[in-house]
Design a protein around this ligand. Structure first.
Ligand SMILES: O=C(O)C(O)[C@@H](O)[C@H](O)[C@H](O)COP(=O)(O)O
Length: 266
């Protein structure tokens, strides 16, 4: 049973009883957004992150979703990627391919991963070019309030330090206003070289979901949603504020345990 709430301008919260319920709620949410986008636009442009997110999307590979979702209409991107070979265990592409994409009927040419044989800077530039081409052909919509792409859904995880995608606390990448995709070479979370969507792109999406589990993240969840603690550059998750789109937090009880005004009975 989800405990839902729209407390403030920090989006909708879905707090799930346990990981199994979270997996089901997340699969329902993604399947529903896919259906709406395919009905309205004929395609579904979705951006993934790394970390625990892919495992939490696992129900999508099972019935009924594996049969009912219109996988052939999915266009897949990464909100952030580690600049390593696609076969490397650190690769977010590999994580998603092994855990999801190889298990459903995705069209291989719709999977837009980064070029893993160039520098982080070149990979970011090339990825921007790829997205630009898909914006031109409207496989990815364009925002009417910025010149940014408008993804149907961007899925993010969050670290205990409040980072999202590869946007880390107090990092210059948080200030990027012009580029769609930027690169970093000093990620505090290994590996150091990464590319990442910038905040203008994340905040231009139609839907953004931040999926967070575990007690180690409870403090960052509290600071981001209850808007307390150090100011925004120290907490990138707080800067996720879709301008016209909808933000949803998927939390398990441990991650939600420090939120103001919530008490769970055993
Ligand atoms: O590639 C990455 O490292 C990420 O995309 C990163 O932003 C991740 O989503 C968070 O660090 C949460 O990761 P966990 O859910 O594994 O804690």
């Amino acid at each position: 049973m989800a405990l839902s709430g729209v407390g403030n301008d920090r989006g909708e919260m879905r707090i799930l009883e346990n990981l199994d319920e979270l997996r089901t709620d997340l699969a329902d949410y993604i399947a529903e957004l896919s259906e709406v986008a395919v009905k309205e636009r004929g395609v579904f442009a979705i951006a993934l992150s790394g970390g625990s997110l892919i495992g939490l999307m696992g129900k999508l590979c099972e019935a009924p979703y594996n049969k009912t979702v219109d996988w052939g209409k999915w266009y897949i991107f990464w909100a952030d990627e580690r600049v390593v070979a696609k076969s490397h265990s650190d690769s977010n592409y590999k994580l998603a391919k092994d855990g999801l994409l190889s298990k459903v009927q995705i069209v291989p040419s719709h999977v837009h991963s980064i070029n893993d044989s160039v520098s982080a800077e070149e990979a970011a530039d090339e990825y921007t070019f790829v997205i630009r081409q898909l914006v031109k052909t409207r496989m990815v919509s364009v925002s009417d309030i910025s010149d940014c792409p408008k993804f149907d859904l961007i899925l993010l995880g969050m670290g205990p330090d409040g980072h999202v995608a590869s946007l880390f606390p107090n990092h210059a990448a948080l200030d990027e206003k012009d580029e769609w995709v930027t690169f970093i070479t000093d990620s505090p979370k290994p590996p150091p070289e990464r590319i990442t969507f910038t905040l203008p792109v994340i905040n231009s999406a139609s839907n953004v979901a931040i999926v967070v589990t575990g007690e180690s993240k409870a403090e960052a969840v509290h600071m981001a949603i209850d808007n307390v603690g150090p100011d925004s550059p120290s907490l990138p998750a707080r800067l996720v504020q879709p301008r016209k789109g909808k933000l949803v937090w998927f939390l398990d009880k441990p991650a939600a345990s420090k939120l103001d005004g919530l008490q769970f009975s055993e």
